[in-house]
Design a protein around this ligand. Sequence first.
Ligand SMILES: *Cc1c(COP(=O)(O)O)cnc(C)c1O
Length: 467
Amino acid sequence: MKKMNYISTRGGINPVGFKEAVLMGLARDGGLLLPSEIPVVDDRKLAQWQDLSYQELALEVMSFFADDIPRGDLESIINKSYATFEHPEITPVVKRGGVYVLELFHGPTLAFKDVALQFLGNVFEYLLAETNSYMNILGATSGDTGSAAIYGVRGKERINIFILHPYKRVSPIQELQMTSVLDANVFNIAIKGTFDDGQAIVKSIFNDIEFKDQYCLGAVNSINWARILAQVVYYIYAYFKVARAESCSKVDFSVPTGNFGDIFAGYVARLMLGSGKIGRLVLATNDNDILARFINNGDYSTKTVVHTSSPSMDIQLASNFERYLYFLLDCDPLKVTETMLRMGQTGSLSMPESLIKRIQNDFCAQSVSENEVTAIIKEFYEKTQYLLDPHTSVGVRAGLDNMFPGRPMVCLSTAHPGKFGEAVNRAVGEQDLPPALHALIGKQTRCVVLPADKSTIKQFIKKQVDA
Ligand SMILES: *Cc1c(COP(=O)(O)O)cnc(C)c1O
């Protein structure tokens, strides 16, 4: 079999294998890593795949891309990663209110990021053992990603994780989810500042190359290819389930979008399945609608971030969009580099009409307002007794509005409704906390509170690691 190579969207690195791509995270030339080729799976193979369990399917899909890890090892990593999920199907699909809901929230922190971060944590552990090295993960969170990252690496031997969150500015449950993890390798840091302060500190520490190298800093943000890869699996899994249930061959997906990671995984799944299988990919945004404006009218101008009931999608610059640009611009790294440079200078992205047309062939897009979110939670609950979290609601609204007659629509459910209870309670009245979250109340916690200051954070990391 041909070896899978990873290249940078900006063309500035020598091709690397999967293992190196995962450890590199962001490409060294500032671009994003992509496989040099997305394999198209033939029909004979697809027929074999449709009866596989989630883990078996994951092994088949990932084997194409992670071909420098022996198959048996990859299988163990996958089985370990999804043993922490409390549903036997890992990502079950249920039919409600005229759409299919793909439940991605059965992992340890009740949000879809577990699907990717449980896998990434185990891949890191495997690679570090192989090279006898260690890693200090550093990240900032506004609440959600932090806990998924912590649960991905808690208790792992060669890894420490330092997560900054804004002191008293995350929800009490989100704070508990992070700070009740008492494993010795987990360091929660509440900074006296905002999420943006935290992110700026993390960025600037990563730019401190000497410190970064000395302390083997690693990142877990959604630009890591391993995260995208893990997410490709559930699109294919859901495709088989729904195509069979509906006796059809074409299925559409609606995806609540922030950083464009999840929907890009859907784009990769569509390429892998070959034409005529995944139809529409509906890109659903909240009031932070830059991607919807761009796709619908070519308007890519940044505005300030507004806070919504779906905070994990409160994003202006979607970092994974560059991966799609690479395909859109004929896999030409020079064009990508030029486009990204221009965007950096002008803060906007202008595209000829012909390219906008092509984007519209790949995606439809819709932004969903806060009022619509509340309304759809209520309407869905009254009609079906099924609760939607606010992120999922954005996708369900856009999914319902972009259905193609006679074709099933799968709406990705990215969080358990109990996790973002405030918006849900506002729509349908007070709901009980899910048992997994209720169990956190009163638990012992560990967290340090520090000023939002780069050198203090660096000192803290040094002290823990050198100890
Ligand atoms: C991260 C996140 C999203 C957005 O996913 P992207 O890959 O950033 O587009 C949507 N919903 C929830 C609950 C999330 O945590």
